[in-house]
Write a new protein. Structure first.
Length: 279
């Protein structure tokens, strides 16, 4: 995924360098009119992750909270990447990426049933939960002037998830169970911004997704996403800026694979610190 992000940036930058020079339009001099925007961030969310895996015959599994039940930390520092290209006055293309890899270990306080496996009470259980999220979007500005902007967007969020549990009851046979999912999910959103001055710019966005996909009787996917962002930028220099943001990324997914039902809910929310370049 990282190579895809880097390749996308190189393509956009190459296009810009190869394109014939254009006369500067007034809008390119506006506080929000930069053609290219790149930012690196440190996202510091509180984490809440729940999973349930039913047996193929329909017997319900245990709802597991990875932070409360399996010893995973409920905070993290996640590096993030964002790229934006305003290729025309009202048209924007964006790419964002982040990943989170976690593991934990805990003595189970209750019996845990996950899929076909059972982890008994007082059994040491090791766990992991890994995710990668690559999002692309196109937005059209229905309102855009020297001070403000309002845009509608649609895009694709590629969610790659993998989780698992492992235990060794009484020194006997190793017990392990888990699952993985890679799902490209369409998103729709609205965003806006306001330039208080040339140096202080406020932006906000909310993205929503809901889908129900049925491939056959044994394979289907249902889910929804809420992606909410508020950010205040301070740009003391012509091409460099700093940002303080609040982000809430809430995902609920239910899917059935080969007759086995899995439910994953995760809500990550908290501040993000940004450093970016515009040109």
């Amino acid at each position: 995924m990282k190579s895809f992000v880097y390749a996308a940036c190189l393509v956009m930058l190459g296009y810009s360098a190869a394109a014939p020079a254009q006369d500067a339009d007034d809008w390119t001099q506006w506080p929000m009119g930069q053609r290219f925007r790149i930012s690196l961030g440190a996202y510091v969310p509180s984490l809440d992750t729940q999973v349930r895996v039913d047996r193929a015959d329909g017997l319900a599994g245990t709802t597991i909270n990875f932070e409360q039940n399996l010893g995973m930390r409920d905070t993290a520092i996640l590096p993030t990447f964002n790229f934006g290209w305003r290729f025309a006055r009202r048209h924007n293309f964006g790419v964002s990426y982040f990943e989170l890899n976690r593991s934990g270990s805990e003595i189970s306080q209750t019996e845990i049933r996950i899929g076909d496996k059972v982890f008994n009470v007082n059994l040491p259980v090791a766990s992991f939960f890994d995710m990668k999220v690559l999002s692309t979007s196109y937005s059209y500005s229905v309102l855009f002037d020297a001070k403000k902007e309002l845009a509608l967007s649609f895009g694709l969020s590629l969610q790659e998830l993998e989780f698992g549990l492992q235990g060794n009851p009484g020194g006997g046979q190793l017990v392990q169970e888990g699952d993985d999912l890679t799902a490209p999910l369409p998103t729709f959103g609205i965003s806006g911004g306001y330039a208080f001055t040339d140096k202080w710019i406020f932006r906000g966005s909310v993205g929503l997704f809901a889908v129900e996909l049925d491939w056959d009787d044994e394979d289907n996917l249902n889910g929804n996403i809420l992606d909410f962002n508020l950010v205040l930028f301070y740009q003391p220099f012509k091409h460099y800026r700093f940002g303080l943001a609040y982000t809430d990324f809430d995902v609920d997914l239910d899917w059935t694979k080969r007759g086995k039902f899995t439910e994953i809910n995760y809500d990550y929310k908290g501040p993000m610190f940004l450093f970016g370049a515009t040109f």
